[in-house]
Design a protein around this ligand. Structure first.
Ligand code: NAP
Length: 274
């Protein structure tokens, strides 16, 4: 493609962003649809990220993805935000900045794809972790299930995540065997098992019900120990690319009004990860 003064510029901002897969995913979709746009990665190291984002207004960016640790700052910087934590920004024609969170809805889209019948049968969800991703997923799941249990290494953070939703509960990290045994859906939303982070424990998959669905949001490596164990037991499972792709697809639609093809993104991302 040719970059001209008319080319619309999009970016992912965060710290770090050097290994982000978002530029690959969005530039390929931009090419699929013959759009005059480009998507780059901008590392933002700032003690006041909200001010830095507001200052971008004059540069003519069309939209941005926001990743750790700037999702709260992005919501604060916006003139209007649909959530207190945002992963997608869009500059409107009138210069106003709108903020959205596509993480939770993107997780649900991915779950619909991986386990299409989950809405009818998941009553009790167990989320491992209570960080930004875990909270977004808990909020998205909350209206569709009876209870959302958070099990987190630091209990206070788990309690805060549970208190933020109507049907939130906590489960002690020491009680994972019981939690795995009672859950219809288990979501691994800690950094455990991620390349470069602490190794994951032997998750108590043998305690799971045969109908349980196991979802992972770590995608480096694509097949984590949790997924390997769940698949060996024949459980329905979902890998970490599902959420990445679907939150991105929703952001792309917010920017361009076009729903891009998740399957093409998956093939490209798997090629990049292997
Ligand atoms: P975060 O806010 O920093 O939260 C990290 C979570 O991991 C916390 O619950 C933390 O527990 C837990 N944790 C970290 N080290 C641990 C350890 N050694 N033992 C037990 N728990 C530990 O991070 P985040 O933004 O929620 O992201 C979490 C993971 O999800 C990351 O791997 C990220 O790459 C991935 N992610 C994937 C997608 C996707 O689209 N697939 C989207 C967003 C995030 P404490 O509270 O006790 O510290």
């Amino acid at each position: 493609m040719t970059i001209s003064p008319a080319t619309k510029v999009f970016a992912v901002i965060g710290d770090p962003v050097a290994h982000s897969l978002s530029p690959l995913m969005h530039n390929a979709w931009i090419a699929d649809h013959g759009l005059d746009a480009v998507y780059i990665a901008l590392p933002l190291r700032s003690g006041d990220a909200a001010a830095a984002i507001r200052a971008l207004k004059g540069f003519g960016f069309a939209g941005m993805s926001v990743t750790t640790p700037h999702k709260e700052a992005a919501a604060q910087a916006a003139d209007r935000s649909e959530a207190p934590v945002a992963n997608t920004l869009r500059w409107e024609g009138d210069g106003m900045l709108s903020a959205f969170n596509t993480d939770g809805p993107g997780f649900l889209d991915a779950l619909d794809e991986a386990a299409p019948d989950w809405r009818g049968r998941v009553k009790r969800a167990l989320i491992l972790g209570a960080g930004g991703a875990a909270m977004g997923i808990g909020q998205a799941l909350s209206p569709y299930v009876d209870t959302v249990h958070f099990a987190n290494r630091t209990p206070a953070r788990g309690a805060a995540a549970a208190a933020a939703i109507r049907n939130g509960r906590t489960l002690r990290w020491e009680d994972l065997e019981r939690g795995f045994g009672a859950a219809d859906l288990i979501v691994q939303a800690t950094t455990l098992g991620m390349r470069g982070q602490a190794a994951a424990p032997d998750w108590p998959i043998s305690f799971c019900r045969p109908t349980a669905v196991v979802a992972e949001i770590v995608y480096r490596p694509l097949e984590t120990g949790l997924l390997r164990a769940a698949r060996a037991r024949g459980l329905a499972s979902m890998d970490g690319l599902g959420m990445l792709i679907h939150q991105g697809a929703r952001a792309f639609e917010l920017w361009f009004g076009i729903r891009p093809d998740p399957a093409r993104a998956r093939a490209r991302l798997i090629a990049a990860l292997t």
